[in-house]
Design a binder for this molecule. Structure first.
Ligand SMILES: O=C(O)CCC(=O)C(=O)O
Ligand SMILES: [Fe+2]
Length: 257
């Protein structure tokens, strides 16, 4: 998957142009930075985002990309499903509780988001991806041999030393809402380096687009808690994250009761 993505980024700029889009949910889109229309500072990265579920979108070049991404998306969905079961059980719920509540089996959203960070001559003056939390339920992430993913731990940025070939699993905002803060979405960022190109593939898995995540009633009842979030469909939440409002305060804070 990493090789296939690398070959995409290596295509001549002219050939990548046809995939350049501006809309959040375009099935296939590549570009640079994050949201060049509204941001003041650009990021040191290019991206390719392909929606792989509920409809699989096929990229016809580079050769082999489509086959590899189809297989990769299926297998990562299986892994994500197992993780969701584990989380449900850890909360004392039926294994398929979250999957059912989130419309997971039929229409969950899965995006293959490849990030390409070229060698940066002054890495301390640039950022690959600034601090953020992912919007979905769980994100699976792999990277090439150049590390650069950092997570916030006790107010410090810590480099994630993932074992080669391992997936890093990040909890996303929808999971924090569902569990009423029991599982917290993780603040993370990507730093760049002056030695070699870094590639990462982040695979966010979310609910179906029209499903609003709400704190799980059984959990609230058991813990005697009030819900900490109001509902918002996943689609609206993603729009919020890509809007100027997200620069004002973290997206979850917009939904906090
Ligand atoms: O490149 C990385 O390690 C992080 C990328 C990321 O956080 C994202 O695409 O959401
Ligand atoms: Fe992320």
């Amino acid at each position: 998957m990493i090789d296939a993505s690398h070959r995409f980024f290596d295509l001549p700029e002219e050939e990548k142009k046809e995939f350049q889009r501006r809309n959040l949910l375009d099935p296939i889109k590549c570009g640079t930075s994050f949201n060049v229309d509204i941001e003041k500072v650009h990021l040191w990265r290019d991206f390719l985002k392909v929606i792989a579920h509920p409809e699989f979108n096929s990229l016809y070049k580079p050769a082999g990309y489509s086959e590899v991404s189809l297989e990769f998306s299926k297998r990562t969905r299986e892994v994500a499903t197992e993780i969701l079961k584990g989380i449900s059980e850890s909360l004392g719920l039926e294994a398929d509780y979250i999957a059912k509540a989130m419309n997971w089996d039929r229409v969950r959203l899965q995006i293959l988001a490849a990030n390409y960070y070229p060698v940066c001559p002054q890495p301390d003056k640039a950022i690959g991806v600034p601090p953020h939390t992912d919007h979905g339920l769980v994100t699976l992430l792999i990277q090439n041999e150049m590390g650069g993913l950092e997570v916030k731990h006790k107010d410090q940025w810590v480099l994630v030393n993932a074992a080669p070939g391992a997936f890093v699993v990040n909890i996303g905002d929808q999971m924090q809402i569902l569990t009423n803060d029991k599982y917290k979405s993780i603040w993370h960022r990507a730093v760049v380096n002056n030695k070699a190109t870094r590639i990462s593939i982040a695979v966010p898995h979310g609910p179906s687009l029209d499903t609003p995540a709400l704190p799980i009633p059984e959990l609230l009842e058991r813990e005697g808690q009030a819900p900490k979030y109001i509902g918002m469909t996943y689609e609206k939440f993603m729009e919020l994250q890509a809007s100027p409002a997200a620069y004002v305060k973290p997206c979850l804070d917009h939904l906090r009761v």
